[in-house]
Design a protein around this ligand. Sequence first.
Ligand code: ADP
Ligand code: MG
Ligand code: MG
Length: 866
Amino acid sequence: MKQIYFFSEGNKDMRDLLGGKGANLAEMTRLNLPVPTGFTITTEACHSYQQNSHQLSEALQLEIDHALDRLSSSTGKKFNDKFDPLLISVRSGAAISMPGMMDTILNIGLNDDSVIALAKNNDRFAYDSYRRLLAMFGNVVYGISEEIFDNVLSETKEINNYQSDLELTTADLKNIVTKFKQIYQDVAGKDFPQDPKKQLLSAVDSVFSSWDNNRARVYRRQNNIPETLGTAVNIQTMVFGNSGEDSGTGVAFTRNPATGTKNLFGEYLLNAQGEDVVSGVRTPESITTLQESMPEIYDQFAKIAEKLEAHYRDMQDLEFTIEHKKLYLLQARAGKRTPGAAVKIAVDLVNEGLIDKNTAIKRIDPESISVMLHSEFAQKALEQHILATGLPASPGAASGQVYFTAETAKNAHDKEHQKVILLRQDTSPEDIEGMVVSEAIVTSRGGMTSHAAVVARGMGSTGVVGAHALQVDYANKTATIEDCVINEGDWISVDGTSGHLYLGQLETTDAIINDDLATLLDWAKEISHMGVYTNADTPEDFKRALKFDADGIGLTRTEHMFFKPKRLLQMRRLILAKNAKGRIDPLEKILLLQENDFYELYKLSAGKSVTVRLLDPPLHEFLPHDDKEIELVAKEINTTKDALKARIDSLKELNPMLGHRGDRLAVTYPDIYQMQVTAIVNAVIRLNQEGFDIKPHIMIPLTNSKTEMKWVRDVVVETIDKILTNKNTTLEYKIGTMMEMPRACVTADKIAEVSDFFSFGTNDLTQLTFGYSRDDVGSFMPEYIAQKILPNDPFQSVDIEGVGELMRMAVNGGRNTNPELPIGVCGEVGGDPKSIQFFEKIGISYVSCSPFRIPVARIAAAQAAL
Ligand code: ADP
Ligand code: MG
Ligand code: MG
């Protein structure tokens, strides 16, 4: 098995084998771009390493020897050479990019001898490189905390009153090197290995095992990256951005990763190496200044950036280094971006002819769209005093309580259910768990490509970085700006679009859909087969859903209309009435109220279909429960407290969810459904007389059989016919059923004979298929998921194997009887992208979800159709 590929032997399609970094280094080499020579040890070698009880096999070591010989002959440099020693970097890189999660070591090959060779030309640079190697190697291979090395640097700077690393002299650096070597002795009890070959093998070993470090695991869990991938290792000749003021290092995006705007966006530092730019030790310069300081390099880089973007047909995130005015590329990858930038870039790339609409849709994570619909701060709120301003690293508007460490933030979030904001000088990969739970991430240092900025954008959370006015004091848990002190737990508001920070909780406004998203959603609509409807109980819900371009209403739950106080009283009178006669008056009163509700709702429909479900919940939900309330209601309905209590008791059920509800109420109290149908039809007739053309859809809940459906349908039809005859008019309408009982799914072919449409109520269907009370799952569901007895909560993403099979059976049965039968899904999972994939497969005609989920479902439906 070949375990090593030179960059010249690979290409971009070999990600699985070479990892993303390796595959792209190979691709850039193939494109004749200036990439320092090197080779990649494959992910297969990583698997062998894992199976070989975490040891590098002889075979691999032999292959590494050969590869090193080849590297030497192509670069003319050798390990330990007295004049021109070979120095390399050892870089991790999995198939799916995990920025900063695993380890990289630079300057391997330096030791007490070769540092002298390197120092001949430039001694400061040689010792700067050596101290970097010692710190990285010590941290990655021997697990010595970075802080210990950092402290030595800070002390030296403090004693000499230096502001930046750049002021460290050769003498300082030599001193630091000596101290670092002492740390090896004191902390790890081992020497720094002087043999370059040994350094290399230990580094490879550590990169392979860094796959299993804690922060990498958390990141994989967070991003659904399979544990089995493993990482490749890239060995690459060093180029030196720290070799003087005509050298430097930087990162750049071909488009703005926060907004998507098309222009080169990035940062660099002169006389610096590797991580200096992202780690925030020095605040980098914007790449636009490179245009002035090194115009030829800037132009060359800009051209390469454009070429790579066109080649990959996507926004690229590039790493580059300049060594004595010569440009090198060190990494290219698809750039992480905010959900908003993702949408803008996808739409722009289509308009620029680089990708087609289908590709644009496929690139969007449907779930991330919901982040774009988050609110903004209200204009009025923004007139507040601005506490501080940083760089707008990741857009959004968030308020929360401040914590200064990832750990305290996570605790406050997990245990106290607080909305938290992580406020730090800067962040590092160790902070990942705290960042995940934060509403916003704020740092006082670092630039737009700092760790905090990249991670915030990647997660779609709000981010402001480099707010220099903030003095963050970890020891006292405070952040100070002039005379204002923010303590742990204080509320602040963060505007990631402007970079402003405010004290307290700011008011927010409703979300809007911007032009790019609207365009993308239009394309999604063209592409998808399934319609996307909304669940809406009120005109307000419906209006919001129409703004999000809902195709209509898939579910109106009429019971929600009864919970306003005046109506609740009538509803209670209705329920508590002893007989049909007693129900007449409350029914008449409710009828008028309901008719107006439906009138308002239908009036908004503008040709889109509206499906109203008749009363569904058990009646006891409308009744008073505690003593005080019972007394009040007794007064309201003119009876005694005891009489009322007795009546309530008589209505109590042991299992109300399985009891007297849904169409079972229609069988025992047909007058309730008659009233609701009358309200619907009266409202529609009124509107149609005003010039509308509405064809109401009426939905019967909880149906179990054809006979039952037919019985209820007859009641509904009779009611409608009576009204139409009375008013001497006509009306087109449809009467359909919820599919939420397993029995109904099994007998769907028969039910379809008397049903004009089906709509799956996946909440009840899941509850009844599993036998889980959906109101009580909280006590055991988390453990079922933790123990992997269930892959996920079936109330959030459909259980394809069980519930899904019943649905498939019902679809097939229904369509056997009526090939044109419209079949929708209106349960919670109707807005879940993974479930939507499945619904497309079994031939569902539409999904219905809450207004805010509509754009998510629309993109998911299009992806399902592709
Ligand atoms: P990460 O995945 O964390 O970005 P990298 O392997 O890309 O880790 O490397 C970390 C830093 O070191 C980057 O800034 C990269 O450009 C720099 N680097 C890596 N290899 C070399 C090299 N051969 N010469 C100069 N700089 C390098
Ligand atoms: Mg990198
Ligand atoms: Mg139901």
